[in-house]
Design a binder for this molecule. Structure first.
Ligand SMILES: Nc1ncnc2c1ncn2[C@@H]1O[C@H](COP(=O)(O)OP(=O)(O)OP(=O)(O)O)[C@@H](O)[C@H]1O
Ligand SMILES: [Mg+2]
Length: 164
């Protein structure tokens, strides 16, 4: 039988803190047998404070390197970095496509009050995030436009409320 190369698939889960990226990424990981890359989990595993942005950047670079190797092998990879900037999402999309992989963008949007309330309820941030600081994050975040969304492929799992 001739060898057929499977195409990889990159799933980018994008959103502000508290938007549910990790929750969704874990569900997709199970459904799609994908490999999920979360910088927070690697920071925790290395006992490094999540606020160390310099280390986070290095971890993300390492995760992207691994992710590209896995995509080239035809696997499904989930990246849940937040990807607040359009330029970050462009880099992931173009990098995946250069490897012949499909690429999905899942943007998780919730009203600011809902996000802030979830973060307070989760109680993980130490020190706790303040409302003013959170409002600044909201102002920095570049919401994907319809034009940007159209550059991505259709999700393989479009509606998670439906059973398999
Ligand atoms: N669809 C949802 N409806 C209600 N609560 C949710 C939903 N998704 C996630 N949550 C809850 O909101 C909180 C934040 O979710 P999660 O940790 O997945 O967000 P996150 O985007 O990964 O945040 P961070 O960027 O801080 O890692 C959790 O307590 C989670 O249980
Ligand atoms: Mg998370």
């Amino acid at each position: 039988m001739p060898f057929v190369q499977r195409a990889g698939r990159l799933i980018v889960v994008c959103g502000l803190s508290g938007s549910g990226k990790t929750t969704l990424a874990r569900t997709l990981e199970g459904r799609l047998r994908a490999i999920r890359f979360s910088p927070d989990e690697w920071l925790d595993a290395l006992s490094i404070n999540r606020h160390r942005e310099d280390v986070r950047e290095k971890i993300e670079a390492l995760q992207w390197k691994f992710a590209q190797d896995l995509l080239a092998q035809g696997l499904t990879v989930i990246i849940e970095w937040g990807t607040w900037a359009r330029s970050e999402r462009d880099t992931l999309r173009l990098g995946a496509r250069a490897l012949g992989a499909a690429v999905e963008l899942h943007y998780l949007a919730e009203p600011v009050d809902v996000l802030f309330e979830r973060l307070q309820r989760r109680g993980r941030e130490n020190p706790p995030i303040e409302r003013d600081a959170f409002s600044r994050w909201v102002a920095i975040f570049q919401v994907p436009t319809l034009e940007e969304m159209a550059l991505f492929d259709e999700p393989v799992v479009a509606d998670l409320s439906h059973p398999d």
